[in-house]
Structure formats: structure tokens, C-alpha cells
Design a binder for this molecule. Structure first.
Ligand code: DAH
Length: 339
């Protein structure tokens, strides 16, 4: 009898009751008038007196197990009926709250797409960089004050190893490893020892562009950047190049776009000038070409560099750069996108 009780117990524990009909069948099978448990209780009368205590406890446990199972299944099935009657679709996946792309990823992807349409490929370089690629080859002479333009996080001193301060370092690597024509963009993370504020961060993202071939001219640079500005900010966008200085380009310029918020009328985004700065650019300095092993008598080229945060802030009118790094779901959810 003991073995029988144990076998039933096992059966009860492993059986599934997930339909109303099953519940009734289960109930009748075990505790119905002619069920297995009343039969066991009848049989109990034949158990030898010395075994009665032990068997009695087992039998009661078995009955309790059946009652508990019936109660549990009943509650579950009643809930199910209630849900079905409420019109809830229980076949839907539990977690429908899929994430969204980060705005910086969206804009990075868009920049890549725009340039790839005119033949620019994508290359990447290391975030930990040596002095040669981040500074010296880019025509920043040692002790030159231009190095102070970029507050560097050094990892090792002499030889200097640092976190790259700009993606211009990738220019040098790509020129060292490829023969012209070179027509590529280099997106990536850069690092500067700056206090974090609404307008600056110690980690941010840039996209560098480089085009080297015979007879590349400033007009090519201007045309390329005008195309980019219109694709990114709309057909009506105008551009303006202002003379500037970068050690690795000569001549150098900074490019503004006409303010796409006020259309050039003047607003607080463009500080009432009608223009907003979006990037630095210029003709690659012949010293840089020579440093990277490219014959500067034969080839010319242009380069440009832009901050992805800046472009994203302008595009979506985001006023505080720190939002990009806080991972606040309420901010991120606003950028749901199919791409
Ligand atoms: N590397 C510059 C910076 O981080 C941006 C830049 C300016 C890149 C002019 C260029 C360029 O390629 O031609 O501020």
C-alpha cells in the first residue's frame, strides 16, 4: 500500500492540469466518490495495526496534495477565463518594450550613408594612440602651442601614448597603409581632458573625412561639404566657409550652415547670427602627406572633421550634451527608428 501511495503522489505532482475539462477529470479520478483516494481509505481498514500510523499519515498527505493541486489549477484557470473575457491577447510576447537606437548611432549611420553615396568608404583606427599619429605626423611640432588646443589624457609618457584627441589620427594611419586615391571617412570615439558641461564632455564622437588624389582642389572640398550639409539638414541649407587654423591643413576653414531652425532669420540656436558652425576642414598640409609617405608633389587632398554630438544636437535641437551619456529612457525613447 505504501508503494501505491508513493506512486500516486509522484503522478499527482507531475501531472499538468491546464484545461477546465482536465481539472474535472483529475478531481473525479482521485477524490470522486469512486476515486482512487476513497478506495485507498477503504483499503486502509485492512492495514495491520502496527503500520496504521505510518500509512495513515501518508494517506492524508496524499489527499492534501490532490486538494492543493485542484485549488491551484482552479485559480489559474479562473484567471485565464477572466483575461480572455477582458479581451487581453495572452499570445502576445511578454516583453514588447524593445529598445531604440541611440541618437548618436542614428546620426553616425546617416553620416556614413551620405558619404558612401559619393564613394567614401569607412575606416577605423585605435582609440589608444601614439604621439606620432595623434600629433607629430599631423604637423604639430613638439612643444608647439597648438598641442594645447586639445587637452590630452596621457596613458604613458616618453614615448607618449594617449587616448586620441581627434579622429584626424586615423588620416595618418590610412595614408601610411594605402596608396592614393584615398576617399574615406573615419567615425570614432575621442577623448579630451575637459570639464563636463552642457556643451563639452571628456568623451565624444567625431567623423573625419579624407580625400587624396591627383588634382584634388578646394572646390572639391566645398562641393562635397555642400552636398553633405544639404543631405543632412535639408535642401535649403546654405554653407559658409570661414578661414581658420589647424596644423594639418593649409588653407584651413571652419564651415557654418545656415540655421535650419530659423532659416537664417536669427534665433537662440544660432545666437541671432543666422549661422551655426558644424565642422573644421582644409587642404591637407603637404608636410602631412610627406609624413605619411605620400608624394606631396604629385598628390593633393582635403580633410574635414566634425563632432557627431554637435550635428545630433543641431538636428534634434538637443540643448544639453550630457543627455547623450545619461541613458535616461525618457530621452532615448524619443528616437525610435526603423533603421
Ligand atoms: N581634428 C579637428 C578637431 O578635432 C577637426 C578637424 C579640423 C579635422 C580640420 C580635419 C580638418 O580633418 O581638416 O578639432
Amino acid at each position: 500500500m505504501k508503494a501505491k501511495i508513493e506512486a500516486y503522489l509522484q503522478e499527482i505532482q507531475t501531472s499538468t492540469v491546464d484545461k477546465m475539462d482536465d481539472l474535472e477529470t483529475f478531481r473525479v479520478k482521485y477524490i470522486g466518490k469512486k476515486g482512487l483516494i476513497p478506495a485507498l481509505f477503504a483499503e486502509f481498514k485492512t492495514v495491520a495495526p502496527e503500520d496504521r500510523k505510518e500509512i495513515g499519515v501518508l494517506l492524508n498527505d496524499l489527499k492534501q496534495a490532490v486538494l492543493a493541486k485542484v485549488e491551484e489549477a482552479k485559480e489559474m484557470l479562473e484567471n485565464l477565463v477572466q483575461h480572455l473575457e477582458s479581451g487581453n491577447d495572452l499570445t502576445l510576447p511578454v516583453n514588447r518594450d524593445l529598445g531604440s537606437r541611440h541618437p548618436l548611432s542614428l546620426v553616425r549611420k546617416q553620416i556614413i550613408e551620405i558619404f558612401s553615396r559619393i564613394g567614401f568608404t569607412v575606416e577605423e583606427g585605435p582609440e589608444i594612440e601614439d604621439d606620432w599619429h595623434n600629433f607629430t605626423a599631423l604637423n604639430f611640432p613638439e612643444e608647439h602651442p597648438a598641442r594645447d588646443m586639445q587637452d590630452t589624457f596621457f596613458i604613458e609618457k616618453s614615448p607618449d601614448i594617449a587616448l586620441r584627441t581627434h579622429t584626424s589620427s586615423v588620416q595618418v594611419r590610412v595614408m601610411e597603409n594605402n596608396k592614393p586615391p584615398v576617399r574615406s571617412i573615419f567615425p570614432g570615439r575621442v577623448f579630451r581632458n575637459e570639464a563636463i558641461s552642457a556643451r563639452a564632455h571628456c568623451i565624444f564622437h567625431q567623423v573625419e573625412g579624407l580625400y587624396i588624389d591627383e588634382n584634388v582642389s578646394f572646390a572639391d572640398l566645398k562641393q562635397t561639404l555642400m552636398y553633405f550639409a544639404k543631405e543632412m539638414f535639408g535642401e535649403h541649407t546654405g554653407i559658409r566657409l570661414r578661414p581658420s587654423y589647424f596644423p594639418f591643413t593649409e588653407p584651413s576653414a571652419e564651415m557654418d550652415i545656415s540655421c535650419h531652425i530659423c532659416g537664417g532669420e536669427g534665433c537662440n540656436i544660432c545666437k541671432y547670427t543666422g549661422w551655426v558652425e558644424i565642422l573644421g576642414c582644409g587642404m591637407v598640409d603637404p608636410n602631412v602627406l610627406d609624413n605619411a609617405g605620400i608624394d606631396s608633389k604629385k598628390y593633393t587632398g582635403f580633410a574635414f572633421g566634425m563632432g557627431i554630438e554637435r550635428i545630433t544636437m543641431l538636428k534634434y535641437q538637443i540643448k544639453d550634451l550630457r543627455l547623450f551619456f545619461e541613458n535616461d529612457i525618457r530621452f532615448l525613447k524619443q528616437f525610435e527608428s526603423a533603421i
